[in-house]
Design a protein around this ligand. Structure first.
Ligand code: BG6
Ligand code: MG
Length: 210
């Protein structure tokens, strides 16, 4: 019996893909690394530093730890400025109505996101009020596919993973949910992933499958 749902943020409740893409593209251009949407897709659900490692490896560029820090900071500064353009309107009525209906049913709800910008995004989009707990990139040391972010989310809710579902759009996120003993629900990219326990085409389907 599912008592709580832990939602990934980017790609599940809203799309920040284009903003990440533009910020990574600008730093990749400066480094002379070819960067396209295919590479960007590989960054889904992956931490900022791990994303940079993927981009550097793709471009065959080697940087010192200090240089990596500087590039990651530059990317994040640009990304954060673009987050300032977010408004509550970027969250679709379907997403908002689904969250409200699940809450009404008495389900506990949490965020489980790798992003260290989660709280800013929740504030800008007025999503915070739906959630009982937020587990994000600021409270973990290991990135998805490690289950840490979801295990912390369940712990913040005071529940065991066996009674929590995780909704994810990233393959790494489904692997993390499975590794942590959660019911994994794939949406978007992850709806085509064989290891997802359940697959949904849109968020409102949660109301029928749970
Ligand atoms: C995830 C995104 O939510 O957060 C990844 O899917 C991103 O693409 C990761 O790299 C880390 O985000 P941030 O905001 O901490 O740089
Ligand atoms: Mg995601």
């Amino acid at each position: 019996m599912i008592q709580a749902i832990i939602f990934d943020l980017d790609g599940v409740l809203l799309s920040t893909d284009e903003l990440h893409y533009a910020a990574w593209k600008s730093v990749a251009d400066e480094l002379g690394i070819p960067f396209d949407r295919q590479v960007n897709n590989r960054l889904r659900g992956v931490s900022r530093m791990a994303s940079l490692e993927i981009i550097l490896e793709h471009g065959g560029v080697v940087l010192s730890p200090e240089e990596k820090e500087a590039v990651a900071t530059r990317k994040n500064d640009r990304y954060r400025s673009s987050l300032m353009t977010l408004t509550p309107d970027v969250v679709t009525p379907e997403v908002r109505n689904t969250l409200a209906a699940l809450k009404q049913r008495g389900l506990k709800m949490a965020i489980g996101s790798s992003s260290k910008n989660t709280k800013l995004i929740l504030e800008r989009t007025d999503l915070k009020r739906y959630f009982d707990a937020v587990s994000d990139g600021t409270n973990i040391t290991r990135s998805k596919p490690d289950p840490e972010v979801f295990l912390k989310g369940a712990a913040f809710l005071g529940l065991s993973p066996s009674v929590c579902a995780v909704v994810e759009d990233a393959v790494a996120g489904i692997d993390a949910a499975n590794a942590g003993g959660f019911l994994s629900i794939g949406i978007g990219d992850a709806a085509g992933y064989a290891r997802a326990d359940k697959k949904i085409a849109s968020l409102s389907e949660l109301l029928t499958i749970l």
